[in-house]
Design a protein around this ligand. Structure first.
Ligand SMILES: NC(=O)c1ccc[n+]([C@@H]2O[C@H](COP(=O)([O-])OP(=O)(O)OC[C@H]3O[C@@H](n4cnc5c(N)ncnc54)[C@H](OP(=O)(O)O)[C@@H]3O)[C@@H](O)[C@H]2O)c1
Length: 285
């Protein structure tokens, strides 16, 4: 099958976010017309901006205007994925818009998992689709765990000795760009991983080398973790949700390595060590 040459625009939700921003950039580099959605509706990476808000369906029509493909994801901090994403899937399906949906690795383990229910709604929606299920983002070391490294000199998460094949947000974005600009991957789901599984202790050693001082790893229990996060201003609901999704990490279920990034993008995924080098200045700041 060949790559499409569609005429419509691509709607990117969460366009100023960790995956959204590099995705907008990648699509613009491919010459696509992009509508970059966020609550503020400002232009992003040179793309036209559009105001869109989950839970406010009155914002959907303007966002989908002129669109034939959409990247649908839920920003971090929200726990009600089914309630917020299903109406977006319905809005896309009503307009015959292809959807590339970002969920998370492992959600297909049980059909009662809310993200899996969103996947099933998309599969049954009658439009072309691709599902991307990323593993834990490598970028979390900067975006979520850096304050702990700065204050306590250690990663403190309830991961036990479990390993994860962390995936770089740039690879998720590149995978999404491939899925949005070709019909070769339609009707499939991809578990996106990095090139190797690492424990948090091993990741801490890599970060130590880049930051230039010792970063430790302190495996903590769920309650301690929830306490740290709520103390840093995270809502209790979301903190408990994050604690819950460390259970599969402790069980070793996030350690698998796939070739999905390479299949979609044609290049090998970025390692944690490479990510750390590329983000050295921000990690040291
Ligand atoms: N982090 C991980 O390790 C991991 C692993 C697997 C899967 N995931 C999945 O990836 C998702 C997060 O991806 P990400 O980190 O790329 O997202 P993100 O950076 O948290 O997304 C932020 C973006 O969403 C927009 N946004 C925030 N609230 C909004 C609202 N109510 N309505 C419309 N737009 C809104 C923001 O713009 P404005 O604030 O300007 O609106 C910004 O553009 C999570 O939901 C999770 O399920 C994450």
């Amino acid at each position: 099958m060949s790559d499409k040459n569609p005429t419509g625009k691509i709607l990117v939700l969460g366009a100023s976010g960790h995956v959204g921003r590099p995705l907008v950039k990648a699509l613009r580099t491919k010459g696509e017309a992009v509508k970059a959605a966020s609550r503020g509706g400002q232009p992003i990476e040179g793309a036209e901006g559009v105001a869109f808000e989950f839970g406010r369906p009155e914002t959907f029509a303007a966002a989908f205007e002129g669109v034939d493909r959409a990247y649908v994801m839920l920003p971090g901090g929200y726990v009600n994925s089914r309630e917020l994403l299903t109406p977006v899937i319905e809005a896309a399906a009503a307009r015959k818009v292809k959807v590339v949906l970002q969920t998370a690795i492992g959600v297909d383990a049980d059909d009662s998992i809310p993200y899996r229910q969103v996947e099933l709604a998309l599969i049954g929606a009658g439009v072309p689709y691709v599902i991307l299920r990323p593993n834990w983002f490598t970028d979390n070391f900067l975006n979520f765990w850096k304050p702990g490294i700065d204050h306590a000199g250690a990663l403190a998460v309830p991961a036990g000795e479990g390993k994860s094949s962390f995936v770089d947000a740039r690879d998720i974005a590149a995978s999404a760009a491939a899925a949005l600009t070709s019909d070769r991957f339609d009707g499939r789901a991809f578990n996106l991983t990095g090139p190797q599984a690492l424990g948090y202790g091993e990741a801490a050693e890599i970060l130590s080398g880049i930051i230039g001082r010792k970063v430790g790893y302190t495996p903590i229990d769920d309650e301690t973790f929830v306490g740290i996060l709520t103390g840093a201003g995270v809502s209790e609901d979301y903190a408990r949700f994050l604690a819950m999704i460390f259970h599969p990490v402790r069980e070793g279920w996030t350690a698998g390595v796939t070739d999905a990034v390479e299949t979609l993008t044609g290049h090998a995924p970025i390692s944690v060590a490479q990510w750390a080098q590329d983000n050295a200045a921000a990690l040291r700041a």
